[in-house]
Design a protein around this ligand. Structure first.
Ligand code: NAP
Length: 246
């Protein structure tokens, strides 16, 4: 039990990678706040978490809204009495090339993927700094490092998360807070299910290991960063991408 008694809040945890992270942490003994815009779906995940013998609490949260974020952190501290782990996982895509990208699509992606992580990290640091311990893990992407045609907003938001992570790591190391990022490549989830078979096959050619990853591959890296085993690691990025970026 690598996370026995730890308290975690995971954003966008109703499904996909966030849900896999929630289940992996719960299996290691952590109580989990499952925060998502889709509260019905978050409640289903919470039920599965409780089935593992730990606390699982569904929280309605739009990470881009300050009022929602304040309320979510209040309810998680009231429920758990502490916060040891924050995973900034909530993310969306609104893809098109630069010249077709509407300002509203830029804003929507930056507001959820980057501003949302800023708002949540700020609330988490308030709690963790008092505790003098905590782990903040943000889910970036391989495209932050490589760029990707059709994803100017998404790539910029995910690159921004790397700067956010390194800055938190430097500002709050003295308070016992570690901040790291995980940068997945192409992972089989609802986000990538929308791709056509032709695009999917083309993408696989760029992956030395020849296949998309599973949500659990990302969850394993997050679990390591959340656990004591990674206590001497901060400001770093773990790449989980089948070798497509080295
Ligand atoms: P997903 O299946 O679409 O899950 C994302 C979850 O976040 C959904 O439950 C979604 O709810 C929720 N969400 C959306 N907007 C939100 C908001 N404003 N506040 C709170 N929750 C919100 O995506 P995924 O593939 O698991 O991706 C998880 C993270 O990994 C994202 O940050 C993504 O960018 C990153 N990532 C994914 C891949 C990949 O290949 N899948 C690769 C690299 C990085 P709704 O469904 O109701 O909108």
């Amino acid at each position: 039990m690598r996370l026995q008694g730890k308290k975690a809040l995971i954003t966008g945890a109703a499904q996909g990678i966030g849900k896999a992270i929630a289940l992996a942490m719960a299996k290691e003994g952590a109580d989990i706040g499952i925060a998502d815009v889709n509260v019905e779906s978050a409640e289903k995940t919470a039920l599965e978490i409780r089935g593992l013998g730990v606390k699982g609490v569904a929280i309605k949260l739009d990470v881009s809204k300050q009022e929602d974020v304040s309320r979510a952190f209040e309810s998680v501290t009231k429920e758990f009495g502490a916060l040891d782990i924050l995973v900034n996982n909530a993310g969306i895509t609104r893809d098109t090339v630069l010249l077709r990208m509407k300002e509203e699509d830029w804003d929507a992606v930056l507001n959820i993927n980057l501003k949302g992580s800023f708002l949540c990290s700020k609330e988490a640091v308030k709690i963790m700094a008092k505790q003098r311990s905590g782990k903040i893990i943000s889910i970036s992407s391989v495209v932050a490092f490589m760029g990707n045609p059709g994803q100017i907003n998404y790539s910029a938001s995910k690159a921004g998360l790397i700067g956010l992570t390194k800055t938190i790591a430097k500002e709050y190391a003295g308070r016992g807070i570690r901040a790291n990022a995980v940068a997945p490549g192409f992972i089989q989830t609802a986000m990538t299910d929308v791709l056509s078979d032709a695009v999917r096959e083309e993408m696989k050619k760029a992956i030395p290991l020849g296949q998309f990853g599973a949500s659990e591959d990302v969850a394993n890296a997050v679990l390591f960063l959340a656990s004591k085993e990674s206590d001497y690691i901060t400001g770093q990025v773990i790449h989980v991408n089948g070798g497509m970026y080295m």
